[in-house]
Design a protein around this ligand. Structure first.
Ligand code: SF4
Length: 395
């Protein structure tokens, strides 16, 4: 692409963006705080999934000061379900630093922005260009794919030198008169037209400049990365339930009970409030029973009953986190009185929304609720037909 073509490309792409950009809530206003929250939420998460979280989050934490001053648990609760919770913790830590060091005003210097927790080169460029009009080109997966195709760059795009080369090209392409719009246009092109599979070259404003399209190699670029092999993980979770329908949740390790979580709970589930959970190998029920006995020596579900008599298996829960394929065996554990642990919470199983939990914990709760509903229905049907053989209803 020569200088004249570059000028034309910029005009065409910006005109296309002005006409076709999606209406997204964070585009309503270029305030740095709003741009920042949206960029952090959009990391590893689809736009459609982010929108309701973004709106609820901004309503509850409308300013940097509101976010900085909120209890961490409240911030996590509004993030609950989005995953990658270190993002929320870093967001709040950064808000607290902005209050302490910049008087609550989002800094506009790239150096200060990059010094904030959880903000890397991409996020800093997005915020500084969109909110402050700074000439900083973004490079994320979408933009890298577009540039790789425009210049027919082969090989693993994430490899060190190649990624640096893509950043240099992104810097060269950047429209210095409208860097915020330019960056958003490049990202939008990658998200909606120059997609990983079946790019819509006929609709693309960059079509005439695209080397991959001229070669017919657009579907071969970027080359597929060798995926890390999936690692299966098998867990068992104890959903305690007392007669009032209350259950027990253990806290994230940072809030106490490290001795419980460190010994038994894989870090996969322990970063948020979670059911007592352990990794299991073969005999799930026996291993879970041992775990319950070790959790609190002398603890009994009901006087005279063995744990196995109080445990009811629920439907399996499957969940994927990056390269891990997690299978959870949830068990409802009927118990006379919920045990007490330092920092643990006793909450109604059907109302966990007051506590920040992960999607995995939510799925386990749903499996337990389904089991409880099935058990209740079974019990009712037994009552209506006293002549039928007795069914060992759990509830
Ligand atoms: S012409 Fe096709 S491959 Fe090239 S940038 Fe546009 S959509 Fe992507």
């Amino acid at each position: 692409m020569n200088a004249a073509e570059l000028m034309e490309f910029r005009l065409l792409l910006l005109a296309w963006f002005a006409q076709h950009k999606r209406e997204l809530p964070w585009r309503a206003d270029a305030d740095a705080y709003r741009v920042w929250v949206s960029e952090i939420m959009l990391q590893q998460t689809r736009v459609a999934a982010v929108i309701p979280y973004y709106e609820r989050f901004l309503e509850r934490f409308p300013s940097i000061a509101a976010l900085a001053g909120a209890p961490e648990e409240e911030v996590l609760r509004f993030w609950s379900g989005l995953g990658y919770y270190s993002r929320a913790r870093n967001l709040q830590r950064a808000a607290q630093e902005i209050v302490a060091q910049h008087g609550g005003i989002f800094p506009s210097s790239a150096e200060d922005v990059l010094a904030l927790p959880g903000i890397g080169a991409y996020t800093a460029a997005a915020i500084c260009s969109i909110a402050f009009g700074q000439k900083m080109a973004v490079l994320d997966g979408n933009v890298a794919r577009v540039i790789a195709r425009l210049f027919a760059v082969r090989g693993d795009l994430r490899a060190g030198d190649r990624w640096r080369g893509l950043q240099e090209r992104a810097d060269w392409l950047l429209d210095g008169h409208a860097p915020g719009d330019w960056n958003q246009a490049m990202m939008e092109l990658g998200a909606t037209i120059c997609t990983p599979r079946a790019p819509q070259c006929l609709l693309c404003p960059a079509g005439q400049f695209c080397a991959a399209r001229k070669q017919g190699s657009q579907e071969e670029i970027p080359e597929k990365r060798v995926k890390r092999a999936t690692e299966p993980v098998t867990l068992a979770a104890a959903v305690f339930l007392d007669a009032r329908g209350k259950t027990l949740l253990l806290p994230p390790p940072a809030r106490g009970a490290e001795e419980l979580t460190a010994a038994h709970v894989p870090t996969l589930v322990s970063r948020m409030w979670h059911f007592p959970t352990m990794a299991v190998k073969k005999n799930v029920e026996r291993e879970l029973t041992k775990y319950l006995e070790a959790l609190r020596p002398g603890l009994r579900a009901h006087a005279g009953e063995r744990w196995s008599q109080c445990m009811q298996r629920c439907s399996l829960v499957r969940h994927a986190v990056t390269y891990r394929a997690i299978t959870v065996h949830p068990y409802c554990v009927r118990i006379a009185k919920l045990p007490s642990f330092p920092g643990a919470k006793k909450v109604a199983l059907d109302n966990l929304s007051s506590v920040p939990i992960s999607n995995l914990t939510r799925k386990i709760a749903q499996a337990a609720l389904a089991e409880r509903a099935a058990g209740t229905a079974e019990k009712r049907s037994v009552r209506r037909k006293p002549a039928a053989p007795k069914i060992a209803a759990f509830w």
